[in-house]
Design a binder for this molecule. Structure first.
Ligand SMILES: [Zn+2]
Length: 380
């Protein structure tokens, strides 16, 4: 079985928005409370508080005088927040993310219902909120397992429905391809094809920068600042949606065309520490692209990021120590092959022995891009 997420806009009325605000607020409280408890426990005892112990303390908290208002929230929504916190810690321990941070009232709001949601043709039922108008622009497939409700910074609402389905219901291609991800091009394939960074995103990013400058000039607490903040948040969401569309189409096409895709296992969070590269990398969405390929392709192989794919001649194996970042082309001194840097790297990625054969993959892997988007992949 595998899992896929389906995302739909929803339109709660004023009363439902109020009800959702209570769920968001209480859930955020529980997340921050849990984080504070975990931190304090670690300081005092030098070890992490267990997940089950934290769940037990939450139940206790709800029956503590002064905290009974927590029972206004759906109890499973609160429990799910403890699970989210646990996942945030796991991501931190496994170096996929930084240390969990306290959630702010001003940020994106998110809750997850593991059960008791329902659908009809154009509504979704959310416990403690009711039947909310929704637009199902593409049909759900498989069995719905949970629903995440998000309120974006600009005040839009959407749900992400995670569904479980049988493996490989979609058609897959044949053969294999190596993919080199880069800053100059978004990707270069071992077939020689180059995929540009989408122009529309480049333009939108300039607009974002302008809006950011405008916001910083507005006086704190003023009505104009609030307007500027909303404009910025709205544009940022549009850019994020366009990027997701681009990555969705590209990963879909690759999975349809090829059976096996091989990509570098980039340590994106590590690279983000290098400030010069940071902006372009975070914008290019490599992490999200890799996760999309992992659940769409019949076989997705990650190549060790320490392998020097750019510096090795894909024809004779010569190792070019002198190759620098600005060298786009080079000629191998041994076999005289002329290389396009990124194309050569993509061929090397394709030629790398795969981890799958050695059984290095864990059987089930669950990932989240922090955007209501989750995918679980089963080993095949
Ligand atoms: Zn060579």
């Amino acid at each position: 079985m595998q899992r896929r997420a389906f995302r739909y806009p929803i339109y709660p009325n004023a009363e439902q928005q109020q009800a959702l605000a209570v769920q968001f607020g209480h859930a955020r409280f529980v997340y921050n409370w849990g984080l504070a408890i975990r931190k304090a426990h670690y300081h005092k005892h030098g070890q992490d508080i267990g997940f089950y112990e934290l769940k037990r303390q939450l139940t206790q908290l709800k029956h503590t005088p002064g905290f009974d208002w927590l029972r206004e929230a759906d109890s499973q929504v609160l429990q799910a927040k403890i699970e989210d916190l646990d996942r945030a810690y796991q991501n931190f321990f496994e170096k996929r993310a930084g240390y969990p941070r306290f959630k702010s009232r001003k940020g994106e709001q998110k809750i997850r219902y593991p059960q008791r949601f329902k659908f009809d043709g154009n509504h979704i039922y959310l416990p403690k909120v009711g039947w909310v108008k929704a637009v199902f622009h593409r049909p759900l497939a498989g069995t719905p397992k949970n629903v995440t409700v998000t309120k974006t910074k600009s005040g839009n609402y959407f749900v992400s429905v995670q569904c479980e389905m049988k493996n490989d219901s979609r058609p897959h291609g044949r053969g294999e391809i190596g993919i080199d991800l880069g800053l100059k091009h978004f990707a270069v394939l071992s077939s020689g094809e180059k995929i540009e960074h989408p122009q529309v995103l480049r333009k939108a990013e300039q607009k974002l920068k302008r809006l950011q400058r405008q916001l910083s000039r507005k006086q704190k607490g003023s009505a104009n600042r609030e307007k500027a903040r909303l404009r910025l948040a709205r544009t940022a969401e549009q850019v994020a949606n366009q990027r997701r569309d681009f990555l969705d189409k590209l990963s879909h096409n690759l999975a349809k065309q090829y059976h096996t895709v091989k990509i570098e296992n980039l340590n994106v969070s590590g690279m983000l520490k290098n400030h010069k590269l940071a902006k372009s990398i975070s914008d290019s969405g490599w992490g999200m692209f890799g996760r999309m390929l992992e659940y769409k392709a019949a076989d997705c192989q990650r190549i060790d990021r320490f392998y020097p794919s750019s510096k090795t001649c894909s024809v004779c194996g010569f190792h070019n120590q002198k190759l620098q970042l600005q060298h786009r082309f080079w000629t191998c001194p041994t076999c005289k092959t002329e290389h396009d840097r990124d194309h050569n790297a993509a061929i090397n990625i394709l030629k790398q022995p795969t981890a799958g054969a050695a059984g290095r993959h864990t059987p089930v892997e669950s990932v989240s891009d922090g955007d209501g988007f989750r995918a679980t992949r089963n080993a095949r």
